[in-house]
Design a protein around this ligand. Structure first.
Ligand SMILES: NC(=O)C1=CN([C@@H]2O[C@H](COP(=O)(O)OP(=O)(O)OC[C@H]3O[C@@H](n4cnc5c(N)ncnc54)[C@H](O)[C@@H]3O)[C@@H](O)[C@H]2O)[C@@H](O)CC1
Ligand SMILES: [K+]
Length: 239
């Protein structure tokens, strides 16, 4: 299924509009985004064979989607763990939820060796959710994220990227001039949120899902993108 894409600038304006004139709260959007991610993970890497899932959560809303996904994955029968970079006060309640669900939460601020700690966690998990950066990212990756991505590439573990493969330019993709080519993550699953971003045409993995079943036809028309038919009660549709 080929859908119209939503560039970085348009995605940021849509985000603002959803939370102003459209009356949504960040919590609502993030809950549905995180649920979509968890459903896509379940469809591709079910808990029977991929029980231990590590969520790498970045400092922005992409990271927040990862925190929500962790809770849903636990309810779906996984053993999730979260490594969280630079915790934000706005996600304090999500953190409390993770604690009350007994989900291990590792904080970058508590680590003396972020890159080494993440490498060890990656090796002891069956799949990795990349919720580091989404549509507000501008390459190149700053330290230590560049080292983290290199470690993830070297691990060969299955990676599910939330909205954007971390490190890619949202509009130009993985070959943008600013991106060192040894930092190009190639996830096996991409869960685009709301609408695929232009870079998604370079995605080579097997499973591309669209999630974020919260968009009205009217707002999609205004921003020039498509709302596909989601199957039954699913929060994701395979593209
Ligand atoms: N309306 C929507 O479309 C929704 C979007 N959501 C999520 O929100 C994401 C966007 O969130 P945000 O706008 O908070 O931004 P991101 O989470 O994409 O990233 C913002 C952070 O990235 C850092 N950053 C940018 N470039 C960097 C670099 N080169 N090296 C290191 N750090 C860098 C910034 O300092 C900032 O802390 C989307 O991709 C999606 O995952 C969902 O939560 C809910 C609904
Ligand atoms: K990501």
């Amino acid at each position: 299924m080929s859908l119209r894409v939503l560039g970085a600038k348009a995605a940021a304006s849509l985000d603002k509009e959803l939370m102003s004139t459209q009356g949504f709260s960040l919590d609502q959007l993030m809950e549905l985004a995180g649920l979509s991610v968890a459903q896509a993970v379940y469809k591709t890497y079910p808990p029977k064979s991929y029980k231990k899932v590590l969520i790498l959560s970045g400092p922005g809303n992409n990271g927040g989607d990862g925190l929500v996904a962790a809770r849903h994955l636990k309810l779906m029968g996984y053993h999730p763990s979260v490594f969280y970079f630079i915790k934000s006060a706005k996600f304090e309640k999500l953190e409390i939820q993770l604690h009350s669900f007994g989900i291990p939460l590792y904080l970058s601020t508590d680590s003396q060796d972020v890159v080494g700690d993440i490498k060890r966690l990656v090796m002891s998990h069956d799949s990795i959710i990349d919720a580091l950066f989404g549509f507000s990212f501008r390459p190149p990756l700053r330290d230590p994220y560049n080292q983290v991505i290199k470690g993830l590439i070297a691990s060969g573990k299955p990676v599910i990227s939330v909205d954007m493969p971390t490190g890619w330019d949202v509009d130009e993709g993985p070959r943008a001039a600013a991106i060192p080519q040894d930092e190009v993550l190639e996830p096996s699953v991409l869960v685009s949120l709301t609408a695929p971003k232009p870079a998604s045409v370079y995605f080579k993995g097997k499973y591309h899902y669209l999630g974020g079943r919260f968009i009205s036809e009217a707002i999609a028309q205004k921003y020039n993108f498509d709302v596909p038919q989601y199957p039954d009660l699913d929060q994701v549709v395979r593209l």
